[in-house]
Ligand binder design. Structure first.
Ligand code: AMP
Length: 285
C-alpha cells in the first residue's frame, strides 16, 4: 500500500494544522527541504518521527538562496515522489507553498547573520545565507516547530541557523543529524542527480580527499596548510574537478585555523562539470 499524506500549499492551511496540533498538546517536528528527497532527507524525517507527535516536511525550492539563475532553473522538482517518500518515512504533512505565497508582491524583509556567513560558501554565494535564514525564519513562524532537523552535510548552514535561533531568542530546538553517504562515500545531495555517469564516477573524490586529511590528523598532523595540500593532491586525481574552497575551521564558530586544536571541520566545495558539490568531515585534534 502506498502511503499518502496531505500536501498543504497555503500558509493559512498550515497554520490551521499547527493550531489543531497545539490544541491537543502535540509537539511539532519540522524538516525543511528543497525536495528531490533522498536518504539524507529521509533520515531527518525518521529522526523527527521518533521525537515528535506531528512531523511536517516542507518542500520549497527557495529562489532567494540561489545566486545563479541557471542553478535555480535546473534544480530538480518532483513533488509527487517527494510526498510519497515523506509519508513512507513517517511524515504527517507536507507543506509545499508556491513562490508567491512565501514572497508576496513587495516582499522587503531579510534576515542576515553576519560573520559566520562571510567565509566558505558565503564567499562565492554572497546572498545565499540571507535567503536561507529568511526562508527558515518564515517556516519557523508558519509551522511553529518544537524541534527542527538539519543535516551536518550543510555544516555552515547548520551553524548559521543555530546562531540565528540563539541570537533572536527563537523557541525551537535545532537538532543536527549526521551526513548520509552513498556506499562509495559520496554525500547524498539532490544535486547528485545532475551528474552524468562520468561525473558521478568522479564525485567520490571529495570524500576520499576528506578522509585522507582525517587520517593525517589522526596520525598527528596539525598544520592546516599541510592538510590542505594533501587534499589538493587527492582532488588532482580528477583533472576536471575545480576547487571552489578548501577550509579548515573551528566547529563552533567557523573561524579558520592554522594549527588544528579541539573539534574542527574540514570542508570543501568542488565543481564537477557544471555541478557544485560540498562536503565536510569533523575531526578532533
Ligand atoms: P536541501 O533539500 O538540500 O535544502 O536539504 C534539506 C535538509 O536535508 C538540510 O538540513 C540538509 O542539511 C539535509 N541533508 C541534505 N543532504 C543530506 C545528507 N546527505 N545527509 C544528511 N542530511 C542531509
Amino acid at each position: 500500500m502506498t502511503a499518502s499524506i496531505p500536501c498543504l500549499s497555503t500558509i493559512d492551511e498550515m497554520r490551521a494544522a499547527v493550531d489543531e496540533a497545539h490544541a491537543r498538546g502535540a509537539s511539532i517536528g519540522l524538516v525543511a527541504t528543497m525536495g528531490a528527497l533522498h536518504e539524507g532527507h529521509l533520515s531527518l524525517i525518521r529522526a523527527a518521527r521518533a521525537e515528535n507527535d506531528l512531523v511536517v516536511v516542507s518542500i520549497f525550492v527557495n529562489p532567494a538562496q540561489f545566486d545563479e539563475k541557471d542553478d535555480l532553473r535546473r534544480y530538480p522538482r518532483v513533488l509527487e515522489d517527494d510526498s510519497r517518500l515523506s509519508a513512507e518515512a513517517g511524515a504527517d504533512l507536507v507543506f509545499s507553498p508556491p513562490v508567491g505565497e512565501m514572497y508576496p508582491e513587495g516582499f522587503a524583509t531579510w534576515v542576515q547573520v553576519e560573520e559566520l556567513t562571510e567565509g566558505m560558501c558565503g564567499r562565492s554565494r554572497p546572498r545565499h545565507f540571507r535567503g536561507v535564514c529568511t526562508v527558515v525564519m518564515k517556516l519557523f513562524h508558519i509551522c511553529s516547530p518544537d524541534r527542527a532537523y538539519f543535516g551536518e552535510k550543510d555544516a555552515q548552514q547548520l551553524a548559521v541557523i543555530t546562531r540565528m535561533v540563539r541570537d533572536l531568542d527563537m523557541r525551537v530546538t535545532i537538532v543536527p543529524c549526521p551526513t548520509v553517504r552513498e556506499p562509495d562515500g559520496l554525500a547524498m545531495s539532490s544535486r547528485n542527480r545532475r551528474l552524468n555517469p562520468e561525473e558521478r564516477a568522479e564525485a567520490p573524490v571529495l570524500y576520499r580527499a576528506l578522509t585522507a586529511a582525517r587520517d593525517r590528523v589522526q596520525a598527528g598532523e596539525r598544520d592546516a596548510a599541510v592538510l590542505k595540500s594533501a587534499i589538493r593532491s587527492v582532488l588532482s586525481e580528477v583533472p576536471t574537478a575545480e576547487i571552489d574552497y578548501i577550509e579548515i575551521v573551528r566547529a563552533h564558530d567557523l573561524s579558520s585555523v592554522a594549527t588544528l586544536s579541539g573539534t574542527c571541520l574540514i570542508a570543501l566545495a568542488v565543481r564537477i562539470g557544471r555541478t557544485r558539490l560540498i562536503d565536510n568531515i569533523r575531526v578532533r585534534a
